[in-house]
Every structure is written in C-alpha cells, then in structure tokens.
Design a binder for this molecule. Structure first.
Ligand SMILES: CSC[C@H]1O[C@@H](n2cnc3c(O)ncnc32)[C@H](O)[C@@H]1O
Ligand code: ZN
Length: 440
C-alpha cells in the first residue's frame, strides 16, 4: 500500500453537493484540504487510505457545499436594522436612511457595523460578500479581521458625505483604498456607482475608463423601482439601462443589482453583453419594489446571483432565506412550478455569484485546485427529515442555524456552530452601544 499523504484537513460527509458538475450529489465522500486549497474529493473509504490529516471531521448527517456568495449588501447597515421599516424605497432612503447616515456614518460606524455583518454572514454560511458602502477601508478591515472573503465597492454618489466631497474625491478615495488593500488574499474590488439617479453621465464616463484600466467589475443598483425609470425618462429621455448602454457600461463587468423592472428587450441586451444580475428577493418585497423576472432572465442565459441587500431593508443577512425566496418567487412570477429548481437555486447562491465577481476560477464550487471555501449543513433536524434529496432540503426546508462548520481559504471559522476567532459578547455589546447612540 502507498504511504498516505499528510494534509491539513480531511472532512468526510454523508453528502457533498459540489455544484460543478451541475446537479451532482456525492454520497459518503470526503474532501481533502491542504493549505488554502481543496486537493481531492474521493469516496471516504479511499480518502481514509490516501490521506492522514491533522484535523479530521466526520460529519455523518451533513451535506458539504461551497460557501454562499452574497452578491449585494451594505454590510455596515446592520447598525440600521429595523430603523425604518414598511416604507417604499425613495421614502425610506430620502426620509429616513440618508438623514441617519448623514448623522452617524463614520469610519467607526462602518467598522463596527461591518464586523457585525461579517459575524452574522459567517454563522449563516456566507463565505464571500460583495459590498457597497461609504468608508470601504473600514469594511476591508472588518473583513480581514473576521476572515471572510469579500469584494470592496469603490463607492461613488454625486452628493457630498462625511466620506467624500464630490465624485472625483470618491474615486480618489476608492483607488487609494484599493492600492492599500489589494495584496490581501481574501479581498477583491469593484467600482460601485450607487444608481443611475445619483450618478451623472460625466462620472459614469470616468468610472467606465477606470473599470477598463483596472479590470474591475461595476456594481450598481439598476431598475429597482418604477419611479427610477420614470425619473430617468423625464431627465434623460431614456430608461436607465439604455443610458448606461449608450455610455458603454454594458459588458461582462456589469453587475446589475435588483433589475426588477426589465422588459424582454432589456433582458436580451443584458444577456447579449454578458452582464450579471444580483437578485435581492427579500429587499424587493420589503420595499415593495416588485418582482424580478428571474425565470425569463435564466431562459435568456443571464448569469443571476443572489444578494441580501443591507440589513436595513431585509432585515437579515441570511442567504438560506434568499435562496428559498428566489426559488419560490421565480415559480410564482412565471406561473411555472419547474422554474428555478433546487439545484439551480444553489448554483445562483454560489458559482453564479462567484462568476459575477470574476472569482469562479477560485471559488463557488468544490473542485480540486479551488480555494477551500465550504460549509457543512446538519440535515438531521426535525425540519429537514426525512431527507430524500439534500438539495431540496437545503433550498426548501433548511435554515441558516443548521450551518455547523464554515471553512474559508482552508481555515475553520465556524466549528460546530461556534466562532473560532470572534467573541460574540463583544459583538453584541458594540451593537447595543450603537443602538443607544442612534436613539439618543
Ligand atoms: C453610496 S453607499 C450605498 C448607499 O445605498 C443605500 N441603499 C441601501 N439599500 C439600497 C437600495 O435597495 N437601493 C438604493 N440604495 C440603497 C445606502 O443607504 C447607502 O446610502
Ligand atoms: Zn443595495
């Protein structure tokens, strides 16, 4: 018998859903991890002969799958969770959220809020998030401290805030942030113009040049409400997507967040140019924005990932809830029960998000050579038994509280439902301090 290879971690599980190849469920297999990467996936009987691991996990009732990719959030907005509910987007933003942000947002607010968000996301199986917020340096700091993978938005909005004075200042600060953090292995970057109604043509032109020069995706709220479209028709005599297209922004680098009100021609245009959708079903429902035509988008071959949006409009950062909502809403909207089946919902929450961020060579599926970003979900709970099909259990009946283990870049960050590096008491205390400051 050949000498076994010594590796860092071996995880044996009842099921593995690797996402690639699609619609695959492996039974009684093991994943071998060495350093930051997956080195092998083998039947457990073989893996136990081939490998000796420093850390061995035998997960008899669990499914292993790639970590979830939250394709759109505003992490620091955890500190505004429940601050203004039951309002439509513009009333919510202009009447409540922007005034609160003007009063409170600072480096400290963003660092504390983002840490809370990272902790919430990690516990619920999210291993990568795509952020858009003021003071992205503070989000970067929180992500690096907590060990989560993330894409930092180099945010731009036309009005002055405590963070920046004008669009050039936002862009200069975004570039400085990227220069400072670009060597962090878990950090990635996007350009993040807020929305068509808050960014001018001149600024979009500069963003487009930077995106091409630095090879960065552009992450933007787009066609979120009918008001946005009406306003654009009045001001620019064009729908927002047509305007972005004329400005040269429709490309495989574009991540269109929400994309609720898209007609068939617009869906075809997005697909033709290889753009991506960040579907945020809970936020779209809570702000009463409408129903994204996900099944039609999928038919056109658009790449659709899933996001939570911020905790002030959701009010959870729970990718399990989003996956379920995405699958159910797609069926209801299309009046087709076969729209977005369970495996497709899992792909949306993993590899599709990774693809939108141009990270699909590195994460989003469990393949030897990729970074070891993966989660274990315990299916031996009342609400997931019997388990005829683990993909169905994950999408339609499991909750984020069933995530038992989380590895990112090969590192164990949640071990049997507990943080390995974070102090939950301190996180809770900080949230309460901010609650008092905000209500004072
Ligand atoms: C410029 S930083 C991000 C900015 O976006 C605001 N925001 C949060 N959720 C939404 C949403 O659904 N649509 C539009 N804008 C949103 C957030 O409060 C920040 O001001
Ligand atoms: Zn948003």
């Amino acid at each position: 018998m050949p000498t076994p290879t010594v590796i860092d971690t071996l995880i044996s599980a009842r099921w593995i859903i690797p996402i690639e190849p699609v619609n695959t469920v492996l039974h009684d297999h093991s994943i071998a991890i060495d350093g930051e990467r997956i080195v092998a996936i083998l039947p457990t009987s073989e893996a136990r002969q081939h490998f000796i691991a420093d850390n061995y996990h035998q997960l008899t009732d669990h499914v292993l799958m790639p970590g979830l990719v939250n394709l759109h959030t505003h992490a620091a907005m955890t500190l505004l969770r429940g601050y203004a509910d039951d309002l439509p987007l513009m009333e919510w933003l202009k009447g409540h959220i922007w005034p609160a942000e003007a009063r409170h947002v600072s480096t400290e607010f963003v660092r504390d809020g983002a840490r809370l968000a990272c902790a919430e996301m990690l516990k619920g199986g999210t291993t990568c998030f795509n952020d858009m917020y003021f003071f992205p340096e503070a989000v970067a700091e929180a992500a690096v401290d907590t060990g989560i993978r993330a894409a930092m938005g180099m945010v731009v909005i036309e009005f002055p805030t405590a963070y920046a004075t004008d669009p050039d200042d936002y862009l200069a600060k975004g570039c400085a942030m990227r220069d400072r953090w670009q060597h962090e292995p878990l950090l990635n970057f996007t350009l993040a113009p807020h929305a068509p109604y808050t960014v001018s043509d001149d600024t979009f032109a500069k963003i487009n040049i930077l995106s091409n020069q630095l090879d960065l995706p552009i992450h933007i709220h787009l066609h979120e409400t009918t008001d946005e479209i009406t306003q654009s028709l009045t001001q620019y005599k064009q729908r927002p997507l047509a305007r972005l297209h004329d400005l040269g922004l429709t490309s495989p680098g574009l991540i269109a967040v929400h994309a609720v009100h898209m007609n068939t021609e617009e869906i075809a245009l997005l697909a033709q140019h290889g753009c991506h959708i960040a579907h945020c079903p809970a936020s779209n429902l809570k702000l009463a924005s409408g129903f994204t035509p996900v099944a039609t988008m999928a038919e056109y071959g658009l790449n659709i990932g899933i996001g939570t949006d911020g905790a002030a409009s959701n009010n959870k950062l729970d990718m399990f809830s989003e996956m379920r909502l995405a699958a159910l809403l797609a069926k209801g909207v299309a009046q087709d029960a076969s729209a977005i089946p369970a495996h497709q919902a899992l792909q949306m929450a993993t590899i599709n998000g990774a693809r939108a961020l141009a990270l699909d060579e590195k994460i989003g599926s469990l393949i030897p050579g990729k970074y070891a970003d993966l989660i274990a979900v315990d299916l031996a709970q009342i609400n997931t038994l019997p388990t005829f099909d683990p993909a169905s259990a994950l999408v339609y009946s499991a909750g984020r509280d069933q995530v038992s283990h989380v590895w990112i870049n090969g590192k164990l960050l949640i071990d049997n439902h507990q943080y390995t590096q974070l102090d939950e008491r301190t996180l809770k205390m900080t949230a309460r301090v901010w609650q008092n400051r905000i209500t004072a």
